[in-house]
Ligand binder design. Structure first.
Ligand code: ADP
Ligand code: 5GP
Length: 201
């Protein structure tokens, strides 16, 4: 009789949300760099590129007409209007990665997080908190790619966004990037080991 077991694990759909400037991109980049089994989805947006952002890397940049056409065609897993611009997650990419066994991270707002939860009840939702509001302001200023009015609007929205973590599974404070990425990886690792995501083959 064989004495070894092979355990297969279902891939995860992970949502990372939090106010603008809290460090979502920075932390998700660290998580991806540390785990070859996780990929990130690239969203479609009507927002203009910021700083050195390139089409197809940080986002797919489209016109409002193109966005509406794709939304009406059912191309998005979820979509939302945030800070006056539209953002959507391409469904085909996410579904093909999950089908191939790769876990996916979506860096999306809380409206998107709740849509994902409704459609994929097993999704893992992580909410990033800044250590305090002053630090959030410093990070938004430090990014130096938005004008004054954009920063003001994002800070105003941040207070509202910070009160909307209740549908989330985990709260992680982004004080130190490495520690925050560590915490996210620990969550992902533990979630992927859950009994309901495992099969003995
Ligand atoms: P978000 O994706 O949430 O809008 P970013 O990842 O663009 O935020 O981060 C906003 C700014 O804060 C960037 O300049 C980034 O380098 C900086 N930042 C992110 N996390 C930290 C941290 N833990 N400590 C200091 N600066 C940080
Ligand atoms: P930014 O303009 O700073 O890149 O993003 C603004 C907000 O939009 C952030 O909260 C970000 O997480 C969110 N966002 C980015 N892509 C998507 C998406 O595809 N769907 C949703 N719902 N929100 C998104």
């Amino acid at each position: 009789m064989t004495s070894s077991f092979t355990v297969s694990r279902e891939p995860l759909l992970v949502v990372v949300s939090g106010p603008s400037g809290v460090g979502k991109s920075t932390v998700v980049d660290r998580v991806l760099a540390r785990s070859p089994h996780i990929a990130a989805s690239v969203s479609v947006t009507t927002r203009p590129p910021r700083g050195a952002e390139r089409d197809g890397f940080e986002y797919f940049f489209v016109t409002r007409e193109e966005f509406d056409r794709r939304r009406d065609a059912g191309d998005f897993l979820e979509w939302a209007e945030v800070h006056g611009n539209c953002y959507g997650t391409p469904a085909a990419f996410v579904e093909s990665k999950l089908a191939a066994g790769t876990s996916i991270v979506l860096e999306i707002d809380v409206q998107g997080g709740m849509s994902v939860r409704a459609r994929f009840p097993g999704a893992v939702l992580i909410f990033l908190f800044p250590p305090d509001l002053e630090t959030l302001r410093t990070r938004l200023d430090g990014r130096a790619t938005d004008d004054e009015e954009v920063i003001r609007r994002r800070l105003e929205n941040a207070r509202r966004e910070l009160a909307r973590f209740d549908g989330y599974d985990y709260i992680v404070v982004n004080d130190d990037v490495e520690r925050c990425a560590e915490d996210c990886l620990a969550i992902i690792r533990a979630e992927s080991l859950r009994e309901e995501r495992s099969a003995i083959v």
